[in-house]
Every structure is written in structure tokens, then in C-alpha cells.
Design a protein around this ligand. Structure first.
Ligand SMILES: *Cc1c(COP(=O)(O)O)cnc(C)c1O
Length: 375
């Protein structure tokens, strides 16, 4: 079946095309003006002193983990209900992820479970703003401060979101955004580290660039570094996308509201909603069903009709890598597992049309009617 409605699609205009073409024609394809501009746009948008662009969100998380000095033997408390990168970035440095279960409503880390997971080896809490709905950062911060832990924000899904009026990404010691094509803004591949910590930013700037410290000779390497640079074509895309951000966020909010009115009143489906303190920035639109049966029934029906959908997220602790390495078995984090079993992301992107959303909603209600007949 050909794809009728994709799960995600980037929003690109003539502005992006011309910006990329200009870079292409300039001959300067790495480490130029676009990178500087893109970083500047983040500092301005978030009101933070430091922004370091990198080649992906995962690269950004890795540099933050390393830059905060986390090392083998250390533990970091994080959530099993997330995309794999928020935990694998710890494994890169031999740091042990210690999971605490998710809040059943938001899918975000449950701050009330953090204290019991703290040991003398705990160095940080890594919170993820799942699906663009901010975690309870005030509560996370409170526990972290009490125990002198760093707070790392995986804001890869949350550009434009806020908690208690403060922008996601600015609420911890460092925040990381990502620009894969399904995110709110895209650079193709790309990421951004934001922080108030000058030393951390300096480390990230050197470590993304083969360990070159600013001002040193090109072939002089002071620390172990990587090639995590963001190229100019990507950065140019990012500059244009940032200039369009208010419009992009407004359209996504509108699309979320439209799904809400189309799908309200279907008892088998519960709709995503942010916590009272949170202003979400919709990354994906994830429906929740009363049981795995309903999720799978609706998922299969949509797929048959060419409407893309995905079970977001499978719990990280049950991914083969983590299950094998740490010995997790089903039941270890029941709330996360329940979310994994009952959630379905449906098509959602900036330029989704009302007609496409109506098609999706229609297919969902038809699948449910048929499912009721069969059950
Ligand atoms: C997208 C994403 C990342 C990683 O981003 P990449 O740019 O694909 O490396 C990390 N964490 C979360 C929660 C994400 O959704």
C-alpha cells in the first residue's frame, strides 16, 4: 500500500532552498558564518549565553555527558520511556543508566521516584521532555539540588515548550535539542547544546572539533575529540527554520487542537495532554488506548490504509541491548511498559492538512467500530 499520510514530513519552503543554494555556491561548506548564525539564533531565542551546534542530538547528549565529567562507575537517573539515545549517551562513557518509572499521565520521569534511586555513585538526573511535553523540572531540580546532582535536559523533542513559563532546555545544567527531519525544526541531521556553563560550552566546542581548543593551531589537539561538527548547509537550513519557528509552532498547535476536536468523545482513545505547569510544543501526536488490543487493532487498520503510525516508545530497558546488558525483564518498569503497549503515534507534522487529519480520524473511528463488532 502506498503511503497516503506519512507519520512525519519536514516543513520546507523556498527560503530554505535559497539559503542552502547560497551556501553551496559560496564554496564554504563547513565552519562558517551559518554555524555562528544558527548558534546565535538559539542563544537569542532561549536567552542563554552558550549554544554549541553539533551533528546530531545524540552527539550533543554525548558531549554533555562527557563534558560534565561523568565516567565509568557513575550512575545517572533517567527514564525508560524515551528514545534510545537518552540512555545510550550514558553507555558511550561507561556510565550506568538507573531508570525510574514514568508518570502514567505524561510519560515523563516521575520525580517522586528519584530519591529512592539515588546512591553514592549518582551524579546526575537526565530528564526527557517526552513528545514535547515538559517534565516536572521544578520537582526534578529540587531533588537534584538537595543531592548535588547535575540536571541534563534531553529537550530533543521539545523546542518551543516551557515549564512554569521557562523554556525547555534552560531548566538544567545543560539542554540538548535535535533536528532530525521529524522534529519541530530540521537541519537534515543536527543538534544543539545549550548551557549557562562556560566551561562546559568550551569543552563541547573543542570536543566536537577533534579536540581543537579555540585559538590553537589547526593540527594541535589538546583533548580527545570527535568530529561532531554541523556543516554549513545544515546550519543554513537551521537559520531559516529558526526564523520560521513561531509560525511552525503555531501550525503544530493548531494541528494538535484539530485532532483533539476530531477525536474527542471516542471512549477507547485518550488524547495527549500536558501537565498543568507545562506549555507543550507538539513533537508527535500520540494516542493512548485502553489496552494493547485496541492499540494493535487501530495500528493495523491504519497501516492497511497507508496511514503511517508507530508505537512510541518501546521501553528502553526492554530493548535487547539493555535487557541483555543489565538483566531487565518485563515488569521492571510497569508504567513505562504499559505506555509502550498502549501508545500509538499518528501522522503529525507542521503542514498536515485538515483533510489529512480528517482522514486519519475517520480511519481510527472506523477501526474502533469494527473492533467493537469483533470483540
Ligand atoms: C530525536 C531524539 C534524540 C536524538 O536525536 P538525533 O538527532 O536523532 O541523534 C534524543 N533523544 C530524544 C528523546 C529524541 O527524540
Amino acid at each position: 500500500m502506498a503511503t497516503l499520510v506519512p507519520l512525519a514530513r519536514p516543513s520546507l519552503t523556498a527560503l530554505e532552498e535559497s539559503a542552502v543554494l547560497t551556501v553551496l555556491r559560496s564554496g564554504r561548506l563547513s565552519m562558517g558564518e551559518q554555524l555562528t548564525q544558527f548558534e546565535h539564533s538559539f542563544r537569542t531565542y532561549l536567552g542563554l549565553p552558550q549554544a554549541v551546534a553539533v551533528s546530531s542530538g545524540t552527539a550533543g547528549l554525548h558531549l554533555v555527558v562527557r563534558g560534565l565529567g561523568l565516567a565509568p562507575g557513575d550512575e545517572v537517573i533517567t527514564t525508560p520511556f524515551s528514545f534510545i539515545a537518552s540512555a545510550s549517551c550514558l553507555l558511550f562513557e561507561g556510565v550506568k543508566p538507573v531508570f525510574v518509572d514514568a508518570e502514567p499521565q505524561t510519560g515523563n520521569i516521575d520525580p517522586r521516584l528519584i530519591p529512592a534511586a539515588i546512591t553514592p555513585r549518582t551524579k546526575a538526573v537526565l530528564a526527557v521532555h517526552v513528545f514535547g511535553c515538559p517534565a516536572d523540572m521544578a520537582a526534578v531540580r529540587k531533588v537534584a539540588d538537595k543531592h548535588h546532582l547535575f540536571v541534563i535536559e534531553d529537550a530533543c523533542e521539545a523546542l518551543g515548550a516551557a515549564a512554569c513559563g521557562q523554556a525547555a532546555g534552560t531548566l538544567g545544567d545543560a539542554g540538548v535539542f535535535a533536528f532530525y527531519p521529524n522534529k519541530q525544526i530540521t537541519t537534515g541531521e543536527g543538534g544543539m547544546i545549550v548551557t549557562r556553563r562556560t566551561e562546559l560550552a568550551d569543552f563541547c566546542r573543542a570536543a566536537r572539533n577533534q579536540g581543537r581548543t579555540p585559538g590553537c593551531a589547526w593540527l594541535e589537539h589538546h583533548i580527545l575529540g570527535y568530529n561532531y561538527r554541523l556543516d554549513e548547509l545544515s546550519a543554513a537550513l537551521g537559520c531559516v527554520q529558526m526564523s520560521r519557528l513561531p509560525d511552525i509552532l503555531a501550525k503544530r498547535a493548531e494541528a494538535a487542537a484539530r485532532y483533539e476536536s476530531l477525536l474527542a468523545g471516542t471512549p477507547e482513545v485518550s488524547l495527549p495532554g500536558a501537565a498543568p505547569y507545562a506549555q507543550p510544543s507538539w513533537f508527535v501526536y500520540v494516542l493512548r488506548f485502553g489496552s494493547r488490543y485496541w492499540r494493535d487493532t487501530v495500528g493495523a487498520a491504519l497501516t492497511r490504509q497507508g496511514i503511517e503510525c508507530k508505537p512510541y516508545f518501546p521501553s528502553i530497558h526492554l530493548q535487547p541491548l539493555f535487557a541483555q546488558r543489565f538483566g531487565y525483564t518485563p515488569g521492571a518498569y510497569p508504567r513505562s511498559e504499559r505506555l509502550s503497549d498502549t501508545s500509538l503515534a499518528v501522522p503529525f507534522f507542521t503542514d498536515i492538512t485538515a483533510a489529512e487529519q480528517e482522514l486519519v480520524a475517520q480511519a481510527i473511528s472506523t477501526a474502533i467500530k469494527e473492533g467493537r463488532g469483533a470483540a
